[in-house]
Design a protein around this ligand. Structure first.
Ligand SMILES: Nc1ncnc2c1ncn2[C@@H]1O[C@H](COP(=O)(O)OP(=O)(O)OP(=O)(O)O)[C@@H](O)[C@H]1O
Ligand SMILES: [Mg+2]
Length: 308
């Protein structure tokens, strides 16, 4: 199945590298186009593990591409940064082989410095806050909610800052978000984030999956003034996803995301530590969760998707 090599570093020589995130490397194709390469690196608690998850780059890339197609159909007026999964002609054959199915060309945009977080369920940090104060993101919710209950009244927008590499994101009020990007863009980002989230939830629900929460990023096309959905979309890295048939509020849920890895780190006192070498079985188990949600959402195994 594709290249079975685990790719934690890609250093293309055919194109200039613009930036390196925790998981992705960004290369410049031309003034308006980026090559968005997803490695097999995995981060948890804002630090990158030493070793990677087999096939993760392919799973995240092809799942995001699937979502770009689905969401463009289901969310009226939505614009996305996705252009093509074709590797640019300038990339050498050898390098193209390495990044095929784990890269996409996207529109190069000015990314708004906000994490557009949407929460449909009271879980994770939201549950901690609710338990302590009865609020989520500072807003009071109905009393008596259990861990992992749906947010009464539907998904809510809870923005945070986008911290530079090595720093932690910080929750901010909607007012603060408006100060950072301006009222008009803040309102458009919130509206889009909520509509995309609900469309994603509906699509996933048809396939037995609950999307509990997620993080989106948006960019601005300065030539058209369009607010565009960028980055990865509704993947196991950016979202909490639960199997619907096992859903039971009142406890933590079994999940298709990196919770398994987070739990292992916490149990071993390694939360937030740099350069942790994760045991193969923990990485494999994490990869299996990514692959399973990929299969349920796209209707194909990764192997089938790679065959076209
Ligand atoms: N269309 C785009 N134009 C320019 N930059 C983009 C575009 N889409 C996404 N980006 C940026 O590319 C980077 C993606 O890299 P990556 O996901 O590794 O970053 P990260 O956010 O540091 O890691 P993590 O996702 O683990 O928090 C992000 O900084 C994101 O804001
Ligand atoms: Mg990211």
């Amino acid at each position: 199945m594709g290249s079975s090599q685990i790719l934690t570093e890609v250093n293309l020589t055919s194109l200039p590298k613009l930036a390196e995130g925790k998981v992705r490397d960004l290369y410049s194709v031309d003034d308006n186009t980026l090559l968005f390469v997803t490695t097999d690196r995995i981060s948890a608690y804002d630090v990158v593990m030493k070793n990677g998850v087999p096939h993760k780059g392919e799973l995240l890339t092809l799942q995001s591409v699937h979502w770009f197609n689905v969401l463009s159909e289901r969310v009226p007026g939505l614009k996305t940064h996705f252009l093509t999964t074709d590797v640019p002609a300038r990339v050498s054959a050898e390098e193209a082989r390495l990044i095929r199915n784990r890269s996409m060309q996207v529109r190069k945009l000015k990314v708004f410095p906000l994490e557009a977080i949407v929460r449909g369920y009271v879980t994770g940090s939201a549950w901690k806050e609710y338990k302590a104060h009865g609020t989520v993101h500072g807003t009071r919710l109905a009393p008596g909610l259990r861990e992992c209950d749906a947010v009464p009244g539907g998904p809510i927008y809870t923005p945070s800052t986008k911290a530079p590499l090595g720093q932690h994101d910080e929750n901010i009020s909607r007012e603060r978000a408006a100060q950072i990007v301006g009222d008009a863009y803040a309102a458009r980002i919130e509206d889009l984030a909520l509509r995309v989230f609900r469309a994603g939830q509906d699509y996933a629900a048809e396939r037995g999956i609950i999307i509990a929460d997620t993080k989106f990023e948006f960019g601005l096309d300065e030539t058209t003034d369009e607010v565009v959905l960028v980055d990865e979309v509704l993947t196991s890295d950016s979202s909490r996803m639960w199997p619907m048939d096992k859903y039971e509020p009142g406890r933590d849920q079994e999940s298709f995301d990196k919770q398994f890895l987070r739990n292992w780190l916490t149990e071993n006192g390694l939360k937030g530590k740099e350069g942790v070498e994760v045991p193969e079985d923990v990485l494999r188990a994490t990869g299996e969760r990514y692959a399973e949600v990929f299969r349920r959402l796209t209707g194909k195994t990764l192997e089938e998707a790679l065959q076209g």
